[in-house]
Design a protein around this ligand. Structure first.
Ligand SMILES: Nc1nc2c(c(=O)[nH]1)N[C@H]1C(S)=C(S)[C@@H](COP(=O)(O)OP(=O)(O)OC[C@H]3O[C@@H](n4cnc5c(=O)[nH]c(N)nc54)[C@H](O)[C@@H]3O)O[C@H]1N2
Ligand SMILES: Nc1nc2c(c(=O)[nH]1)N[C@H]1C(S)=C(S)[C@@H](COP(=O)(O)OP(=O)(O)OC[C@H]3O[C@@H](n4cnc5c(=O)[nH]c(N)nc54)[C@H](O)[C@@H]3O)O[C@H]1N2
Ligand code: SF4
Ligand SMILES: [Mo]
Length: 876
């Protein structure tokens, strides 16, 4: 409780798989105050920049409030009947496999369970797959091969106790910031060594003792060498190896492999192996640099082989830890949301498991063959095998590889339904039926984080408009399709009870996932449920797996897998000489439908970009702030060049976040080839091949505005700013009448306009005022525009008399691009504090300015800034 009298409610952050606890307090006007929950075991009160800015993302401006059919608002009855009828009709005409659901690791467990039950139990097809296919499928496959189940044995406490933590293909500092801060705290307390294995130098390298910038896709070769070195150094655990099968073949395979593909020096590799060898408590954290690869499953098994062979698994401070990306990636795997899984970690291939699930559900049948995995699913949509598609809580027209083809397939599908919280997405725009879902702070349910902890999400805001919970929408469609009894749920608690009961049956089959201890929760107990790690049975609460050498293969033993290096599928060529790596930035979440609403988060990196090595930039005539055209066999993109040696030569990196809504020429997945790991079906999102060339525009522009702008130039990128919007622009079409262009862009046909225009040089500066306040300003020139963007972004809504200067008057300091989004501290502010106050450390800057003292995720960038000042001073 606090001054306002409204109580705080415990819930869980809806972004990443760290699963931080939050305390939410509605401000009574639709807004929300958010702080970290000191009692939650995932974060003990900490939040990262994204969690801390959640309150800025709950506005209703972009929300979808009513169901829509073919663009028309309709009532729920019409929309739901349409969905039920079209699915029923499709199944009657084309069989159950003519229908498909494509869902999300961001669904709550209760939603996910109902979706899976409807498709696998009652529609009778396994054609339900999820964006977790793009995310966790290789880890699932690797775990199942090694352990006989998709068990994540590691916990966050292991990070507190480990002496060596290896981050493989994980930019933990930006993608799991609270976990990274926990790791840094452990390092400060006990000297934990940190190794980062990543072709790129990332923010996570800042705290690392060793960074192995291996060649993309070569992780298997590196871990094979580690295994051989451990063997030769006598560091293997013979007793534990007796709890496994396949050691000899695995060692032989490792011995036959070469480290040449890693591109690392023998000294680098030796340093890594020596650290591993002499440290008993080793945790290996891995993420998308491992999973999103055509050898992703083998990478996982190469890592697991080393942990199994040394017995470094399942004991405190030891083990592999596959960190999950989405808030309920784990929950989705538990409910069997992937096309090749059954509920509760039971196996689709196992007739006894199928019979048990069928009987429990009272379902007519449960399919005995896996359904189509994401990439194949959209191919089946494209070639007409799938005729009715329901997409829930994900944006595949942006996030799938070969995104242009996926977009076209969805557009051509005879019947597509999208459930989302907004209709402003590339995918929702393509659907016949769009259904308004309640968002995270408006609904009840559970999620499972990366260390198997199940936490509650709780409703603190009313459902806006007609929005309904995802489980409720799915259940109603199930009932209307004729399955009244199976989908007769009154609330989320009832679904969890049913699910927990089913998990008890899985437990009787000897499966790892058993939460039957929750089967008898009352509604009140569900409301009060505190975070708990599974398994949750009367006999066992959150126990450790594998320390006893018991695994889930029928003989109880683990499997070591002989694996050898295979290169990424796409080969670089003179036509496509660059390897395209893709991933995330610190302050945006995927396709930005929520994080993009926050001005604070948008200030960190306001534009899509391509990181390119200085030598490559020079060879291609690319200068700082130029735009570049990137192309592959499947698509093209225009991005801002960032010249940096954080990437290696012949490698480029681009973020995945920008969309048709925010920068239509920069949808990076249009360029990513849809080639998949043969075992997991996970696409290789990090190793496509592309060409890069300077993009020569006729003019470049920068604009700020109070309201959203009307943009249609060849390149534009729109971002929220504190006073409205900011946009970067470029075009190959010359503008004859700049004033008319500005009026159109700001939708201000009659407003007052002041301008400085030099038509011959192609330079224009235009300010549009209404009632004495600035509603928009446009700066254009034949070269990338040099104006002080952060200063201009704050001007709309003020009288802004000197706006046409493009920079503040000489005596007014500007904060510069935001570095610390929690406290809104800009680079210039930090630089000037370093220079005037002689601050020499990240801590000193924190003490003076607050920067970096909340979530800490900007600390690596502050350190880099300090470093650059030192280098400059040394050179002077
Ligand atoms: N800020 C932010 N945080 C997020 C998300 C977000 O959208 N924004 N999304 C969440 C989700 S769903 C996920 S899945 C996670 C992803 O979290 P991460 O996996 O940490 O993030 P990525 O940036 O996708 O990729 C990680 C790293 O893999 C490296 N890499 C590329 N190829 C290779 C390779 O061959 N070998 C190795 N060893 N490394 C390679 C890349 O250079 C990159 O730095 O983040 C979660 N957290
Ligand atoms: N090139 C490249 N591509 C990638 C990746 C990469 O690293 N590189 N990473 C891949 C990975 S790991 C992932 S996880 C995916 C993520 O990709 P997506 O899942 O496509 O991205 P999101 O933006 O998270 O999409 C979530 C959607 O759900 C909506 N939504 C929000 N809340 C709710 C709700 O409560 N109910 C409903 N029904 N809808 C809601 C949002 O508005 C949004 O449209 O991208 C993948 N694509
Ligand atoms: S680390 Fe950040 S994004 Fe992830 S759960 Fe915690 S607050 Fe949310
Ligand atoms: Mo993900």
């Amino acid at each position: 409780m606090d001054g306002t009298g409204l109580p705080e409610t415990r819930s869980t952050c809806p972004y990443c798989g760290v699963g931080c606890g939050v305390l939410l307090r509605p401000d009574g006007h639709g807004g929300l105050d958010v702080r970290g929950d000191p009692a939650h075991p995932a974060n003990f009160g900490r939040l990262c920049s994204k969690g801390a800015a959640l309150g800025e993302t709950v506005g209703l401006e972009q929300r979808l409030l009513t169901p829509r059919v073919n663009g028309q608002d309709v009532g729920w009855d019409t929309a739901l009947q349409q969905v039920a009828d079209r699915f029923t009709q499709t199944i009657a005409e084309h069989g159950p496999d003519g229908a498909a659901f494509y869902v999300s690791g961001q669904l709550l467990t209760e939603d996910y369970y109902v979706a899976n039950k409807l498709m696998k139990g009652f529609i009778g097809s396994a054609n339900i797959d999820t964006n977790s296919r793009l995310c966790m499928a290789s880890s699932v496959a690797g775990h199942k091969r090694a352990f006989g189940s998709d068990t994540v044995p590691g916990t966050y406490e292991d990070l507190d106790e480990a002496d060596l933590v290896v981050l493989v293909g994980s930019n933990l500092a930006w993608c799991h910031p609270v976990l990274y801060q926990r790791l840094l705290a452990a390092r400060a307390a006990r000297g934990t060594k940190i190794v980062v294995i990543d072709p790129r130098r990332t923010a996570s390298c800042d705290g690392a003792d060793l960074h192995l910038a291996l060649q993309p896709g070569s992780d298997v070769a590196l871990f094979n060498r580690l295994l051989v070195t451990l063997h030769e150094g006598g560091a293997l655990d013979k007793a534990f190896i007796d709890r496994t099968h396949g050691f000899d073949a695995t060692l032989r395979a490792a011995q036959s492999d070469s480290v040449a593909p890693t591109g690392l020096t023998e000294a680098e590799i030796a340093a890594f192996c020596a650290l591993w060898m002499r440290t008993d408590k080793v945790v290996t954290i891995y993420s998308q640099g491992v999973n999103q690869s055509t050898s992703g499953s083998d990478k996982v098994n190469a890592i697991l082989n080393c942990h199994l062979a040394t017995g470094r698994i399942g004991t405190p401070g030891c083990g592999p830890l596959s960190v999950t990306g989405q808030p309920n990636a784990m929950g989705g795997r538990e409910v069997g949301g992937l096309a090749n899984m059954l509920a509760c970690h039971m196996d689709l291939e196992n007739a006894d498991h199928r019979a048990a699930v069928r009987d429990f559900w009272g379902a007519p049948a449960v399919p005995d063959a896996p359904g189509l995995k994401a990439v194949d699913m959209f191919r089946a949509v494209a070639d007409g095998r799938i005729k009715a598609l329901w997409i829930i809580h994900t944006n595949p027209a942006v996030s799938m590889p070969e995104a242009d083809a996926v977009r076209d397939a969805i557009a051509a599908c005879p019947f597509t339904v999208v459930s989302d919280i907004t209709a402003h997405t590339d995918t929702a725009r393509l659907a016949e039926v769009v259904l308004p879902a309640t968002a995270w702070a408006e609904k009840e349910g559970t999620v499972t984080n990366s260390d198997r902890t199940i936490s509650r999400q709780r409703r603190v805001l009313p459902a806006p408009g007609d929005a309904r919970d995802d489980w409720d929408i799915l259940s109603e469609v199930g009932r209307r399709m004729g399955f009244a009894k199976a989908f007769d749920y009154a609330n989320a608690a009832e679904i969890l009870r049913e699910y927990a009961t089913l998990s008890g049956i899985a437990g009787q089959f000897g499966r790892d996932f058993d939460i039957s201890g929750l089967a008898d929760l009352s509604d009140g107990e569900y409301a009060d449920l505190s975070p708990q790690r599974w398994p949750i049975t009367p006999a066992c609460q959150g126990g450790r797996f594998f320390a006893d050498g018991q695994f889930f293969h029928p003989d109880g033993k683990a499997r070591m897998l002989p694996v050898t290096w295979t290169p990424p599928a796409a080969k670089a060529s003179p036509r496509f000489p660059f390897r395209l790596n893709t991933g995330r930035v610190r302050d945006q979440w995927h396709t930005m439908t929520r994080s993009g609403l926050s001005p604070r988060l948008s200030a960190h990196l306001a534009e899509p970009f391509l990181d390119i090595h200085p030598d490559d930039a020079m060879a291609h005539g690319i200068s700082a702030a130029d735009l570049v055209q990137v192309s592959s066999t499947t698509g093209t993109a225009i991005l801002r060049a960032r010249i940096t040696d954080a990437v290696q030569r012949a490698q480029v990196f681009a973020p995945m976040h920008w969309t048709g809504e925010t920068a239509p020429a920069a949808r990076i997945d249009a360029l990513v080839a849809a080639v998949c790991d043969p075992v997991s079906g996970q696409p290789e999102s990090k190793a496509s091949v592309v060409a890069v060339a300077r993009y020569d525009a006729a003019w470049y522009g920068f604009a700020v505005s109070r309201q959203a702008m009307v943009l249609d130039t060849d390149y534009w990128a729109l971002a929220r700013a504190a006073q409205g919007y900011r946009a970067e622009l470029a075009s190959r079409t010359h503008i004859a009448d700049w004033e008319a262009e500005a009026r159109r862009m700001f939708d201000a046909p009659n407003a007052h306009l002041s301008s400085v225009i030099d038509t011959k040089r192609g330079v224009a500066r235009i300010a549009v005022h209404a009632d004495g306040t600035l509603i928009g300003a446009l700066f254009a020139s034949p070269d990338p525009v040099a104006v002080v963007r952060d200063y201009l972004a704050d001007l709309p809504g003020t009288d802004a008399p000197g706006v046409l200067l493009g920079r503040p008057a000489a005596d007014v300091p500007t904060p510069g691009p935001t570095l610390c989004s929690c406290f809104g501290v800009g680079i210039n502010t930090i630089l000037s504090a370093i220079e005037t106050q002689g601050l020499m450390s990240v801590e000193a800057i924190g003490a003076a300015l607050g920067a970096g003292t909340n979530c800490g995720s900007c600390r690596p960038e502050i350190a880099e800034l300090l470093q650059s000042v030192r280098i400059r001073e040394a050179a002077e």
